[in-house]
Design a protein around this ligand. Structure first.
Ligand code: SF4
Length: 168
């Protein structure tokens, strides 16, 4: 990862290297945006909408999105449902095990800000951005599959604008 990140810096020292570095950025970001493999983190009712989006009617696969049960091969985590304080360290652990660059989508009111029903509960996390950085927020209770698809397209646009140097 360190070598890939430094590649544009090395390339720019050669004649025409700037063009190669820009093309490399373009190819990598386009490929990454078109093949997002996601880790499911569904804890409550929003997860049903997430599953419906992955099923044949909405068909995530047409975006090159395939779910992975392992964080080590996933580059996106979709958190859908209520995140309790007890669950928070598990979410952080899974996020830390993912390869970089990695992305997070927060799906539904519970994940985004504690939710419409549990807001006063001492046991519920008031938004997963207290635990992991979030790239796209999808509000709603629950958000429909179309909203999740829109969120994924927004993430794709964000990834396509990224450069290798932005990888953290
Ligand atoms: S936002 Fe609504 S639908 Fe989603 S997990 Fe919370 S209560 Fe369930």
């Amino acid at each position: 990862m360190g070598v890939i990140k430094k590649l544009p810096v090395y390339l720019e020292h050669f004649p025409g290297g700037g063009i190669v570095a820009t093309s490399l950025d373009y190819v990598l970001s386009q490929s990454q945006a078109s093949s997002i493999w996601y880790l499911l983190f569904g804890t409550a009712c929003c997860a049903i909408e997430l599953m419906a989006t992955g099923a044949s009617r909405y068909d995530f696969d047409r975006f090159g999105m395939i779910f992975r049960a392992s964080p080590r091969q996933a580059d996106l985590i979709i958190a859908a449902g209520t995140i309790t304080k007890k669950m928070a360290p598990r979410l952080r652990l899974l996020y830390d095990q993912m390869a970089q660059p990695r992305y997070v989508i927060a799906m539904g009111g519970c994940t985004v800000k504690g939710g419409p029903f549990y807001y006063d509960s001492y046991a519920v996390e008031k938004g997963i951005d207290h635990i992991v950085p979030v790239d796209v927020y999808i509000p709603g209770c629950p958000p429909r599959p179309e909203s999740l698809l829109e969120g994924c397209l927004t993430l794709q646009k964000k990834i396509k604008k990224q450069k290798i140097g932005d990888w953290s």
